[in-house]
Write a protein that binds this ligand. Structure first.
Ligand code: SAM
Length: 271
């Protein structure tokens, strides 16, 4: 059983002794049942992943000492997920799976047919942290407060094409639409943003002349309204795509679309 991982925001460096905060101490002591002398792997996106051992376990808390660097940090691709919150369990699933699939930011958006008006960011953050620890990534995705769709798109960074999962069926298949990010000619007009400035992540869109950053938009259970569809299709950075001939649940659509994006554009290529 690999030593457990723990996302720790404090600075991680050789020899440092770190006092775990209360939730971390509870997680390590009670959930993971680690005691003095046991090992774990603290990590974060700045300092990488370290081997550490528990040095103090007491009522008031726990302390760990860092021994050696195990892995340099590596950022997930510069990929945002915009999704309309659905029922709580399905929203939790979307956040957990999007974390495993390597998104960097999660932006809940409120559309005309969205059932939830807000999301519990703190709840979603802890789901994302836990998924980040399990999935061996170095960072947990940033979770934003829910915002109306129009506001989320206002002053959009045109260097970040938005892959719009459009259930109407009037769109190119996602694999074909994305193929221009891998340098192959595609039926889709290459968005004028295709030569965007590189993001910090060199893997995504590497050597393909494609965008270095992307976003995906998934609608609510009730789908997008014709007006929303029209609004989205007027935006130059929006790329409508189809996810096949069947109507998928929002959570299925998010997982399926992110999987295609990571395999055609993201860090599943040459993983
Ligand atoms: N109520 C809608 C309908 O019956 O057409 C279905 C909405 S679906 C449950 C939720 C979201 O998943 C959609 O808004 C869309 O973003 C995405 N989605 C589901 N199936 C899709 C498909 N075949 N192609 C593109 N997007 C799809």
């Amino acid at each position: 059983m690999p030593e457990p991982r723990l996302l720790i925001d404090q600075e991680l460096r050789a020899g440092a002794e770190i006092a775990l905060d209360e939730p971390q101490a509870r997680h390590v002591g009670t959930v993971l049942r680690l005691g003095v002398g046991d090992h774990l792997r603290p990590f974060n996106a700045r300092d990488g992943e370290w081997r550490a051992r528990v040095t103090v376990r007491e009522k008031r808390g726990m302390r760990v000492v860092l021994d050696s660097l195990l892995r340099e940090a590596k950022l997930s691709p510069d990929l945002d997920l915009l999704f309309a919150p659905v029922k709580r369990h399905a929203t939790d699933l979307i956040v957990e799976k999007a974390t495993e699939l390597g998104v960097r930011r999660i932006r809940p958006v409120i559309t005309l047919r969205t059932i939830a008006e807000t999301v519990r960011v703190d709840r979603l953050e802890s789901i994302a942290r836990e998924a980040a620890e399990q999935t061996e990534r170095f960072d947990a995705p940033e979770i934003f407060e829910a915002a109306p769709l129009a506001r989320a798109l206002d002053r959009w960074d045109a260097a970040r094409p938005l892959i719009f999962a459009d259930e109407s069926g009037e769109a190119a298949p996602i694999g074909e639409a994305l193929s221009w990010t891998a340098g192959a000619p595609a039926g889709m007009p290459r968005p004028s943003t295709a030569n965007a400035e590189p993001s910090s992540n060199k893997d995504a869109g590497e050597g393909a002349g494609g965008p270095r950053k992307l976003a995906l938009l998934i609608g609510p259970e009730g789908g997008f309204t014709p007006e929303e569809r029209r609004m989205l299709r007027t935006m130059e950075f929006v790329i409508p795509v189809s996810l096949g001939p069947r109507i998928l649940r929002a959570e299925t659509a998010a997982i399926a679309a992110l999987s295609v994006i990571q395999s055609v554009w993201g860090d599943w290529r040459g993983a």
